[in-house]
Structures are given as C-alpha cells and as structure tokens.
Design a protein around this ligand. Structure first.
Ligand code: NDP
Length: 486
C-alpha cells in the first residue's frame, strides 16, 4: 500500500489474492488493510492537507501535468495491468489509458481558474465568497473501470487543494498501486495521495466512517452507496454517489438502423455490460422491431468474445467469479420471465477457468420482469416493444434508477421532447456515451447524488466561505443591518 509517501504492508501483514478473470488463476497477493491502516492514511492526509491547500494552484497544476505525462509514458504497462486484473480487453484498455491524461490536464487547467463570487449586499460593504478545499477526501473505487474512476475523482480533488485516500475494489487493486508509483515520481508531497487496499467491509467501511474524512466519492452499487452515505453521515462528510442504472436505449421508427444496432451492441456488450450506463433496456418501436432484431442477431454473431490479450477480442470476461455467478443467475431468471433470443450460455472458445458469458438478448420481456428492472451488470439486454411515446416515457421513468438514456431518432423535436421528459442525469441523441472530463456525469433518483466531471464536479470537492467587510470604518455609519429582525 502507499501511505504518507511510503510503500507499506498491512500493519498486521495480512494479504489476499487478486485473480486474473480470464483464467481464474491468482496473479499476486495484495495487502489486506483494515481500520488501523485507514487511520494511518487519513492522519497522513490530514497532516498533508495543511500545506497542500495553500500550495499555489499553479504549482498543484504543474504536478498534475507531470502526472499526466507519466501516465502516457507508462501507458502500455497500465493497460496490461487493467487487462490482466480486471479483464478489460487489451485493445480497449489501451484506448482508455491513452485518454486518461485528459482528466489530469482538464483539472490542472481548472486549478487556477476556480473561485468564488462577489455579492451585491446593501451598504458600503464588500461581500464575497472563497471556494476552499474540503480537506481529506475518500475515494472508494469499483472494479469495472478501476483507473478511469480513480483518476476522474482524484484529479479534481487534488487540483482544488484536497488530499486523498483511495480504497480500490478488492478485485482490481493493481492499477491504483501502479498509479501511486507515478504520483510519487510526479513529486506530490508525502501524504497528499494514499492508497489502502483491502475489503469493502473492512477498509472501505473504515474509510467512510473515519471522522477525519471530509468528503467521500463513491462509485458502485446503490446498496453499498446507501451504506457509505450512512457512515459518512455520522460525521457529516460531503458525499458524492455515482450508483447503478437500468438505462434505456430507445429506437424510434425513423432511426438510422445500422448505427442504432451498433450502439445497441455497445450498449450492453461494452466492457461485457459492466458499465453503469449500460443500455440494458432496449425499447424498439413496433414498426422496426422485427427488422432490428434480425440485424442485431447478425451483428452479435460476429462479436469476438475471448482472451483479453488477443488482438481480435471485442469482449472479455466478467471481472470476478462472484460477479459471474450473479450474472448467470440473472440469465436463469430471464429464461423464466421472457423468451431467450440469443446467447445465454458460455462462449465455447473461451478458457475453461475464465468468467466468460455470451452476449444475451431476451425478447417479449414484461415491463415488471426482474431482468427489466434490476441492474444485471453483464452482457444481457431486455427488449421491449413500444408504440406510444407517452407509454414509453412512463415505462422508462417507472424505475428506481435515473442515470442515462440513449435515443435513436432523426426527428429532433421528438428526440428533445422525449429527452426533456426522462428522469435521468444524461441523454445522448444519436450517439453513444463517451465519458469526458468536461461533461457532467451522474444520476437522478437512486442512481446517485452529485456530479463527477465537468465544472459541476467542483461542488463535490469544495466548500464555501463567505467574507464580508464593512468599508465605512465606523459602525455608527453602517445602518443597513440595524433594522434586521434579530
Ligand atoms: P460495491 O458497490 O459493493 O463495491 C464498490 C466499492 O465499494 C468497492 O471498492 C468495494 O470494496 C467497496 N465496498 C463494499 N462494501 C463496502 C462498505 N460496506 N463500505 C465501504 N465500501 C464498501 O459493488 P460490488 O463489487 O459488490 O458489485 C455489485 C454490483 O454493484 C454490481 O453487480 C453492479 O450492479 C454494481 N456496480 C456498479 C458500478 C457502477 O459503475 N455504477 C460499479 C461496480 C458495481 P470491495 O471490492 O472490497 O467489496
């Protein structure tokens, strides 16, 4: 682990294995940190926060830019680690790692441009706000995009003067540890960035509950997010939650079908469906539904599922055995609730110990089926037909989730009218989700609170201080507050 600028085992020497999901074999042992190690990391981050918050924003930005360069220089190794440890196929992992410096550069650029505002109070006074860092921020990371999700939250936190303690997911600790090596090389002071590996119920819960933590950013399941918010609430930490989804992908009768089919496949097969914005509910207008499904099946027959290190692979395994079992269980539930059109099994050409699942399409899915309402987080989609826009919107909004939606529609008035009425945090029209540092990302309802990315993320890593000055130099002259009802 990386605490206070030093490499350290867990205080009691405990470790746990991290497993390669494409083979099921152990890669290495990782320290099993617990509350004692978390306490050491938070205390180091508290000490470092005193000077980091007053370090010139320009100097903080320079370190983030150096870090961005180091990510680029180490891109091959970082991509291989993600492919081996999380099952992300190598070609995609390389694309993703190549994009990561954008997040560090965006927030390096923002560091000296974010500020408060002046306020037009009555009287001869000056009134303004300062945006100040929170102090120690906790970052609890999931296993689907380990490095992206780490960088997208620590980049604004650090740029805005906070210090960080990161708890990676137990299945995917390795890229966070490699990133810590780069942080060290970039010259960030000791204690500004710390990584404690371990289990969620031990290290993660201890981090969320630590009274020294002033802000928590969590990405993962709604259930765990609720627990993290409860733990953070006990010491009134500011909490950002980016949680689950059951995102709709809607195809209108006038849609460009070739593109819509491609995006539908991306929607539920990208990262083997382990994406918060996965388009796991596919709503097809009845006029084009039959043709669309024929095209979808033809496209899926060409999908290459297999070894993440094979250059032809387009979809790798699920990230862990536990998650594989969960997705397989949902497929069995789906067989009871709807008609299996495609997939449902294990791709024959994949390694025996690996956690592979075929792209799976269920049709004739009732809108109250579990596979139509619950987040599966695997390469599984539930197809429903629609004819009335009002019914469509009512069905989509009748969900505890509200993260994201895709509309495939040429008529821009129809598209915008629908977008306006959906209870979700983002809508893409004739496009697929491309996560970017400058566009806000987050959910409505049980999909979360707060925003990652975009200038909206500033609120998650700062607090407001109001400063007022009486410019009259004499209280006697200042009459405007005298009549205030106190
Ligand atoms: P979790 O939400 O439980 O895990 C996310 C992170 O939280 C991990 O670092 C985990 O650690 C940590 N954690 C777990 N329990 C606690 C706790 N009590 N206190 C603090 N931190 C904790 O997700 P799972 O890995 O269990 O996946 C379950 C489901 O969550 C998936 O099937 C999917 O539906 C959803 N999910 C959604 C994601 C998204 O992007 N929105 C990402 C990942 C999952 P550890 O790994 O050690 O358990």
């Amino acid at each position: 682990m990386y605490i206070n600028g030093r490499w350290t085992p867990a205080h009691n020497g405990a470790t746990f294995p991290t497993v390669e999901p494409s083979t099921g074999s152990t890669i290495t042992e990782v320290p099993r940190g617990n509350a004692v190690d978390i306490d050491a990391a938070v205390r180091a981050a508290e000490r470092a926060a005193v000077s980091w918050q007053f370090t010139d924003a320009v100097a903080r930005a320079a370190m983030l830019r150096r870090l961005a360069e180091l990510v680029t220089e180490n891109a091959d190794e970082l991509a291989s680690i993600e492919a081996m440890d999380s099952g992300h196929y190598l070609a995609k992992a390389r694309e993703l790692v190549a994009a990561l410096p954008l997040w560090l550069e965006y927030w390096a650029g923002a560091a000296d441009k974010i500020g408060g505002r002046t306020i037009a109070v009555p009287g001869n006074k000056l009134s303004f706000t300062l945006l100040e860092p929170l102090g120690v921020t906790a970052h609890i990371i999931p296993w689907n995009y380990p490095l992206l999700i780490l960088i997208r939250s620590v980049a604004p936190a650090l740029a805005l003067g906070n210090t960080c303690v990161v708890k990676p997911a137990e299945d995917t600790s390795l890229s966070a540890l490699k990133f810590a090596e780069l942080v060290h090389e970039a010259g960030l002071p000791d204690g500004v960035f710390n990584v404690v590996t371990g289990y969620g119920e031990e290290a993660g819960a201890a981090l969320a509950a630590h009274p020294g933590v002033r802000g928590i950013t969590f990405t993962g399941s709604t259930e765990t997010g609720r627990e993290v918010a409860r733990l953070g609430g006990q010491h009134i930490a500011q909490v950002n939650l980016e949680l689950g989804g059951k995102s709709p992908l809607v195809v209108f009768p006038d849609a460009a079908l070739d593109d819509a089919v491609e995006v539908a496949v991306q929607g539920f097969c990208s990262r083997a469906g382990q994406v918060c914005v996965a388009g796991s509910r596919l709503f097809l207008h009845e006029e084009i539904a039959d043709r669309f499904l024929e095209m979808l099946v033809a496209r899926l027959e060409m999908a290459e599922v297999g070894d993440p290190f094979d250059e032809n692979t387009q979809m790798g395994p699920l990230a862990s055995k536990k998650h594989y079992d969960r997705v397989r269980e949902y497929i069995e539930i789906g067989k009871q609730e709807a008609r299996l059109l495609y997939g449902g099994g294990r791709p024959s050409q994949t390694a025996r110990g690996g956690f592979f699942v075929e792209p799976t399409v269920f049709v004739d899915v009732p809108k109250d089926a579990r596979i139509a309402r619950e987040e599966i987080f695997g390469p599984v989609t539930a197809v429903m037909r629609w004819s009335s826009v009002d019914d469509l919107i009512a069905t989509i909004n009748d969900s505890e989730y509200g993260l994201f939606a895709v509309l495939w529609c040429q008529d821009i008035t129809n598209a915008l009218d629908t977008a306006k009425r959906l209870q979700v945090g983002a809508v893409m029209i004739n496009d697929w989700f491309g996560e970017l540092p400058m566009a806000p990302h987050g959910g409505h309802k049980q999909s979360g609170v707060g925003r990652e990315e975009g200038l909206e993320a500033v609120h998650g890593y700062t607090q407001v201080k109001h400063i007022g000055i009486n410019l009259d130099r004499s209280l006697a002259k200042s009459t405007d507050w005298a009549g205030a009802p106190l």
